[in-house]
Write a protein that binds this ligand. Structure first.
Ligand code: PEP
Length: 267
């Protein structure tokens, strides 16, 4: 965390393609019991597209905000199987854009991601942009260049004012868990995370100015769990966590939210 800004901590759960409607409802019920409303920590849940509607009726919106894991960049038309950003208005606060699953398994390129960022903003939904290098790129010493390319192309159609509102998650692809091995997976050292976050803010500063670079929230994602959350949240410049595997377990996820409350109280 930075002690010099008032950026609100965000803990975001990426449920990926897990949990049907009744499993999601059960998890929400448990999270409601376990997590207290706290004005200084924002808790965001990203269930599957199918589950968003029932979950949106179930959640206490003072406690949880919703995110979609994806959306299509055209507002309406003959795009069989897609759901547009405009259809998600009023249901979600955020949409994930550029997650490595989308980049690597669904071939989303920099242009598609740029178009999705613009579509989100046009429809009044805050983009949660995921960026990060693969293992090969890391070993080739290309992390800084990859982050530069991913950040600058994604934000290319936005104004400085719009960029300020964006949330960026630094998710090194090699550190993401398979969903179950988040306790034992290789993760970056705190100074590597701090350097990546600094690179992201530097790129934003160069193009959109100091205010945007200081206001934008930058999360870390990659095998975060209840034991690592407190330390990860203490890394300079990190404003929260994007949590995959550990978010499916309510003990783990609520302990991560507790760690965020502790960090916030110590500020
Ligand atoms: C993710 O895929 O966004 C993620 C953070 O996953 P995990 O925490 O399981 O590594």
């Amino acid at each position: 965390m930075s002690t010099t800004t008032q950026r609100k901590i965000m803990i975001a759960a990426n449920w990926k393609m897990h949990l049907n409607v009744s499993q999601s409802s059960l998890l929400i019920h448990r999270l409601h019991e376990r997590i207290k409303t706290h004005r200084s920590v924002e808790v965001v849940l990203a269930p599957s597209m199918l589950v968003l509607q029932p979950v949106s009726m179930q959640i206490d919106r003072r406690k949880f905000h919703l995110a979609a894991q994806n959306a299509y960049q055209v507002d309406e038309g003959a795009y069989t199987g897609e759901v547009s950003f405009s259809m998600l208005q009023d249901m979600v606060h955020y949409v994930f854009i550029g997650h490595s699953d989308r980049r690597n398994k669904f071939n989303e390129n920099l242009d598609t991601i740029c178009a999705k960022m613009a579509a989100a903003v046009r429809n009044g939904i805050t983009p949660l942009l995921c960026v990060g290098e693969t293992k090969t790129e890391r070993l080739a010493g290309e992390t800084t260049r990859v982050l530069h390319d991913q950040v600058t192309t994604a934000l290319a159609n936005l104004t400085a004012r719009e960029v300020q509102e964006v949330v960026i998650a630094y998710e090194p692809v090699w550190a993401l868990s398979s969903g179950t091995d988040f306790m034992h997976h290789e993760t970056p050292k705190p100074d590597e995370i701090a350097k990546a976050v600094e690179t992201i803010r530097h790129n934003i500063k160069e193009l959109y100015g100091v205010k945007a670079s200081k206001q934008v929230r930058v999360l870390y994602g990659g095998s975060a769990n209840a034991s690592s959350a407190y330390d990860l949240l203490g890394v300079e410049g990190v404003d929260g966590l994007l949590v995959g595997g550990a978010s499916l377990n309510y003990h783990e996820f609520s302990a991560i939210v507790d760690a965020a409350f502790r960090v916030q109280q110590e500020e």
